[in-house]
Design a protein around this ligand. Sequence first.
Ligand SMILES: Cc1ncc(COP(=O)(O)O)c(C=O)c1O
Length: 455
Amino acid sequence: MSENEIASLQARHTIQCWSSQSGYSPISVKSASGCWIHTHDGRRIFDLRSAHECVNLGFNHPKVIAALKRQMDEVIYVTDDFATEPTARLSQKLAELTPGSSAKKVYYSQSGAAAVEAAIKAARLYQYNRVFGEQGTVDAPGQYPYPYKVISRYQSWHGATAGAASASGDPRRWFQEPLTVPGVVFAPDANPYRPHFSSLDQHLAYLDHMIEQEGGRNKVAAFLLEAIVGSNGIIVPPDGYLEGIRDLCDRWDLVMIVDETMTGMGRTGKWLAIEHWDVVPDIIVMGKALGAYCPLAATILSEKIAGSFDHRLFGHGQSYSGHALACAGALAGIDVLLSDGVLEHARVTGINLGEKLKALGDRFPCVGDVRGLGLFWTMELVKPGSQKPLRRATEKYEETIVKKVSDYLFHERNVYVPSDKFGLWVVPPLIVTDDEIDFLMDALEGALHFAESLL
Ligand SMILES: Cc1ncc(COP(=O)(O)O)c(C=O)c1O
């Protein structure tokens, strides 16, 4: 099949995510390795979004590929009535590597959205068990009310399925309306660049008030949040914020669910983003890069939450849970990350990259804010001299300068950065070299000159 036939065949019968389909024109790929995608028409393109943060170790890492091949010769998938070494060992690893007691348990699914849904369901069932104890029916929550509300935030994205989209503040939630899943309440964002409150104390006091007004421990089940907001603009919260949320959850008996789908697996220079603060969540969600080339997501329940299901039904499940091949990929990926120095490389390279990006941003009035951690950065683009974003959340993305800048990088600089809605993301694979950073900085400088020429 020729390269053009592959591309047009894919376009004819495949739906592209979040797009109107008539413009879908995929580019035929010959191979991908490290940070680069090699196309059939001879281009070599740097993936500055790490395949939507799924490929943290770069494409086709030989150790992960070898582990996957080995596993394929043994067993790829059996149901959880059977045990496989990769699934058993990965659960142990996740229980040990995540903050808090290692007596945790992991529920596996294949997407971040599914893992978030499992987390919300686990939190609500935990609350049912907490409230009704021995009087609860064992097989199904037969009595009502029990705490069910989930607090999320406007600047958040937890996935496209009905429950996860309903619990996301991102305007993509609107595609679900009016059939959103009830019981979600949105809290104000914690964005140091655009704060809603004049102090952190005020912010936390408002959240306390909000929880009380929503019915407190009798009505509210969980607080769901990304440790560092991803899709809604890479927003690092102020120090003390996540600790404050933990305190509120303790005070009101809420389950703290931290969604690390995008920020886990070393993306922010630590194994999990939450480790930048001294906070132990009740449930941690992982996905994307966890599977190391296979779809795999994990809902990691603390001892307290998992224990709630010792003698009561965990009323949730799906096909392919605990997929042995995907777990083998994840184990190999974690090994490369932690034992081959990739995490440390990401931490150090991230500090240098952040300094370079800030220095570059200072030279361009259209760069309002440069923020991030590890290898997770964005340059927010604004109208010069103001904090007005170059694109409003409600504006059609295709017609924005932000999109034009992303197109410039792709066509003129061979840098693929399916752009963030508000700025330029700088999210390279964690194995990025210093030479590649220099290449990227040059491309980004060109992109900012281009942006200014459009203003
Ligand atoms: C924080 C977060 N949670 C959940 C999801 C949903 O993951 P998936 O697309 O694998 O369903 C995403 C996707 O971008 C995400 O960034």
